[in-house]
Design a binder for this molecule. Structure first.
Ligand SMILES: *Cc1c(COP(=O)(O)O)cnc(C)c1O
Length: 339
């Protein structure tokens, strides 16, 4: 379990800690396709309770919980309104279109990551056989590390509902958003008919996401999960990690946010780098294209793993310490400073 490298590619690289592994090893299990796994049932009840929904469903990935949500809300020939940079639209292989015959209606984001209410209004199609049926508004929070405010989310979900659309939140990192705003998980997702939450990112579980919704929504979602191959058997071993994550790793995300800010401030002091100040755990850094190779070599030689490009993303998480951040800043200063 030794990992000395500092991995800033994503918060998906987090390792399950010793206590989480112990919880997994001791988990009582059953066959979850029969509904017999006590750990999965407990995780689903816990997630529903924490986020304020009637029911929840555990699935192997966030791509699957988002796809299940889209398939449950929308039918063939329906469309969902979504951001151009949204994970469901851009980073999930076009699953909703491929597997659900659901047409995306992507919209450009505002600088704060939101979709303008006027743009949403303009994208909702009238009931006319020329058009796909506008059925769902799908938002993402955090989006590229930025936090959407509860006021905005309230206005956007009210707008969607007033026009007869359902609402889905890709809340892969919703816990980061809630912690950053100092609000409850329930308040962070208010207004959405369904939400997807990743346990396998900053929360530190090895596998899994939960989908939350009404009892009837989750009932239909269960059918889609089975069809997509997401019905797992003694999944309580994985659910134990998810329960541990929700019980122990939510509030500590504040440390990741503080580390991201520290990293951004340190890098901003290096001439040649343009740094966006982070709201949560994701730092974007622009560097001159001609310095990319030198940076890649220097990071590699210093035991730092990052996806180097002229527009880099660096992600902090529980396995990156304040000391690690200081080292990263030093390495950048060393190789950019003498260019
Ligand atoms: C990571 C992520 C997902 C789902 O990811 P999986 O790797 O499939 O678990 C969905 N949405 C967003 C915004 C994400 O960052």
């Amino acid at each position: 379990m030794t990992h000395t490298a500092i991995d800033l590619r994503s918060d998906t690289v987090t390792q399950p800690c010793t206590a989480m592994r112990a919880a997994m090893a001791q988990a009582p299990v059953g066959d979850d396709v029969y509904g017999d796994d006590p750990g999965v049932n407990r995780l689903q009840e816990l997630a529903a309770e924490l986020f304020g929904f009637e029911a929840a469903l555990f699935a192997p990935s966030g791509t699957q919980t988002n796809l299940i949500a889209l398939l449950t809300h929308c039918g063939r020939g329906d469309e969902y309104i979504v951001g151009q940079q949204a994970h469901t639209y851009k980073y999930e292989g076009g699953g909703a279109a491929v597997l659900g015959s659901i047409q995306p209606q992507p919209l450009a984001h505002q600088a704060d990551g939101s979709l303008a209410l006027e743009d949403i209004t303009a994208a909702i199609k009238p009931d006319d056989f020329h058009f796909a049926r506008s059925r769902l508004l799908a938002l993402e929070n955090t989006i590229g590390g930025r936090v959407l405010s509860p006021d905005y989310l309230r206005a956007a979900t009210d707008l969607a509902h007033s026009r007869g659309l359902a609402t889905h939140l890709d809340g892969a990192r919703i816990c980061n958003a809630a912690v950053q705003q100092g609000i409850s998980l329930r308040d962070a997702v208010r207004g959405f008919d369904s939400i997807s939450v990743c346990l396998s990112k900053g929360l530190g579980a090895p596998v899994g996401s939960v989908l939350c919704g009404s009892r009837s929504f989750i009932g239909q979602a269960l059918r889609w999960r089975k069809m997509l191959g997401g019905g797992m058997r003694q999944a309580g071993i994985l659910a134990a990690a998810g329960i541990y994550a929700l019980e122990h790793n939510v509030q500590r995300l504040a440390e990741d946010h503080a580390n991201a800010l520290h990293l951004a401030q340190g890098l901003a002091g290096i001439p040649g780098l343009a740094v966006q100040m982070p709201q949560t755990n994701i730092v974007y850094v622009d560097l001159p294209q001609q310095r990319c190779t030198a940076v890649a070599v220097a990071l590699h030689e210093s035991g730092i793993i990052a996806s180097v490009s002229a527009h880099m993303r660096l992600v902090t998480h529980k396995d990156v310490s304040r000391q690690d951040i200081a080292h990263v800043i030093e390495v950048f200063a060393g190789c950019i400073g003498n260019g």
